[in-house]
Design a protein around this ligand. Structure first.
Ligand code: ISL
Length: 565
């Protein structure tokens, strides 16, 4: 414990700058807006801020398409503003971690502009260029070099008319994939990373970093049905050289650097076996990864936009498996939300009658697992999904592409919209609700995306002084982690694995035991505890009174209790 890295007892807060706070009235959040709201984060008690991309970008994917890694986009401010945010964050005892998006660049990045300029460009090989498939003319349907489907619908190749070749983009056509096989690419990325660390940032969250190593043969994938396209994931997901690249990056960028840094790799589709390799400290790759298993459990047969109800037993089995797998070796990240996921209180909780109870119960369960919790902006207020009126309210490229493609294929627009309202990424991207005024105190101008109408009652101002509020519950959970070493370092044991309503587990460190009992349902089951626990052991609850009699608790809907002895 004494030698455990600092981030094992830290809590990270993610800021999505476009939607956090707007200081200049242009309707888009910015760096000075964040600096002005640092007190909110300090009050909450978080240790680290992860800043989603603020780099120069044409914003095809809200900044995850970068045209200059070493410049701040004017919509967010200037490099000076960033330096000031960094200094103010440090002055409050917090750290600042930047987003690192290096699986792809923007098609407007000078590297790609140069690469596409001719087949003989010295940077041609910095990206994945391929001629049309054998026997096909450029531009003909099916001429794409592989059948891989893009994450954002349609083929993952786009033809460059001028040179007659296709380039690979796993995401939008404005996000061409870098070729990590080329050592010049890797060195350019490492150099850029060192530049940021020299500037004083405290680490990186690495976007889709397990997709950077592709099988250079680029084989077709099994066809998945959507327009005859195939699943390329087996050929680029946690690919052949990924661990080599992570170790090289560690050597070139992080090794022997003074200071306490944090690295977390975002890894769609990563298995726990691979996650353990990535986070085994002796292998010198990453501190932790974001896995996707628990946020895929409610995907239905038609994929993520065809959701099915969550079975709590599946959630416990999944998170429990990761607790075990990364228990002795490696480390878990813990999250319900980020800028790509619908709001957890609407997704796994009850955003109606039991809004406050379910938001706090879910938070309790997550934060007391073993791992580093990540709070996504607005989650600490219990922000909910958004009643988007129609497709005109949506802004996200993934959602808009999905809508267009599904409707073109004959889907009923209303039912496509239903899927997007439940699962679309814009649910997480509406402005943070600071107060009950017009635009929720986010901007004095016209916000770039609708403000959730529930800001009239669901907002930070209404919660600061309410002891039972979602905000104060998050604050206390963070305080628990900072107070009791068992929260960060205790081992984990799932209880009542087969119970469909109750999520319960124990943590243990030396002579301290911690027990969480949460009812993640609107029903009223009875929890039966081992007889040693007493009402006097209660350290946190999201309801006003708990009666523990003869080891039994009558659980109120969505109630959650924490005991320590
Ligand atoms: O939400 C998703 C699409 O269904 C995810 O697959 C998401 O695209 C994936 O988690 C990768 O996310 C990251 O990279 C994307 C970017 O759009 C996301 O915002 C980012 O978090 C491309 O850079």
């Amino acid at each position: 414990v004494a030698t455990a890295p600092w981030w094992t007892s830290a809590v990270v807060y993610q800021v999505y700058p476009r939607s956090f706070a707007d200081s200049n009235g242009d309707g888009v959040g910015d760096l000075n807006g964040i600096t002005a709201r640092l007190d909110h984060l300090q009050r909450l008690g978080v240790d680290v801020i992860w800043l989603s991309p603020v780099y120069a970008s044409p914003h095809a994917d809200n900044g995850y398409d970068i045209s200059d890694y070493q410049a701040v986009d004017p919509v967010f401010g200037t490099l000076d503003d960033l330096d000031r945010l960094l200094a103010e964050t440090h002055a409050r005892g917090m750290k600042l971690v930047m987003d690192l998006v290096v699986n792809h660049t923007s098609d407007e990045h000078p590297w790609f502009v140069e690469s596409r300029s001719s087949r003989d460009s010295p940077k041609r090989d910095w990206y994945w260029w391929r001629p049309p498939r054998d026997g096909f003319e450029a531009g003909q349907p099916g001429a794409e070099p592989t059948n891989w489907e893009s994450f954002f619908s349609g083929p993952s190749w786009t033809l460059d008319e001028a040179t007659g070749e296709y380039y690979l983009h796993l995401f939008d056509r404005k996000q061409p994939d870098l070729n990590w096989e080329n050592p010049e690419v890797r060195q350019a990325v490492y150099e850029m990373m060192r530049w940021w660390l020299d500037r004083g940032v405290d680490g990186f969250r690495m976007d889709v970093i397990n997709l950077i190593s592709k099988d250079p043969d680029l084989p077709d994938g099994a066809t998945t049905g959507t327009g005859g396209l195939g699943n390329g994931f087996p050929h680029y997901g946690t690919g052949p050289r990924i661990h080599e690249f992570m170790q090289e990056m560690h050597r070139e960028v992080f090794e022997d650097r003074p200071g306490d840094l944090l690295t977390v790799g975002e890894m769609p589709g990563v298995t726990w076996e691979d996650a353990r390799l990535f986070t085994d400290p002796t292998r010198r790759e990453l501190d932790m990864v974001f896995q996707f298993e628990h946020v895929s459990l409610d995907h239905g047969p038609g994929g993520k936009f065809d959701p099915k109800p969550l079975d709590l037993r599946d959630l416990k089995a999944s998170l429990g498996r990761w607790q075990t797998a990364l228990g002795e070796v490696g480390w878990n990240s813990l999250y319900w939300n980020n800028h790509d996921q619908p709001r957890v209180v609407s997704r796994f909780g009850d955003d109606g009658k039991y809004w406050r109870e379910s938001a706090t119960a879910l938070a309790t369960v997550l934060h007391l697992h073993r791992g580093t919790p990540f709070v996504y902006q607005g989650e600490e207020l219990g922000m909910t999904n958004v009643p988007f009126a129609g497709v005109g309210d949506l802004r996200d490229v993934e959602s808009l592409n999905h809508f267009r493609q599904s409707v073109a294929a004959g889907g009923d627009p209303e039912s496509v919209l239903r899927g997007l309202r439940a699962m679309g990424r814009d649910n997480a991207r509406t402005p943070v609700q600071w107060d009950s005024t017009r635009n929720a105190g986010f901007t004095t101008g016209e916000p770039w995306i609708v403000v959730n109408p529930n800001h009239t009652w669901l907002n930070a101002q209404a919660q600061y002084d309410d002891p039972l509020s979602v905000f104060n519950h998050y604050r206390r959970l963070i305080e628990l982690r900072h107070t009791f070493p068992v929260v960060a370092h205790g081992d984990f044991r799932m209880l009542l694995a087969d119970d469909p309503y109750i999520y319960a587990f124990e943590r243990e460190l030396d002579d301290t035991r911690l027990l969480v009992v949460a009812n993640l349902s609107g029903t009223t089951p009875t929890a039966v505890l081992d007889g040693e626990w007493a009402a006097t052991d209660l350290v946190l609850s999201n309801v006003e009174s708990v009666s523990l009699v003869n080891g039994r608790i009558a659980m109120e809907p969505w109630s959650a209790h924490v005991f320590v002895r």
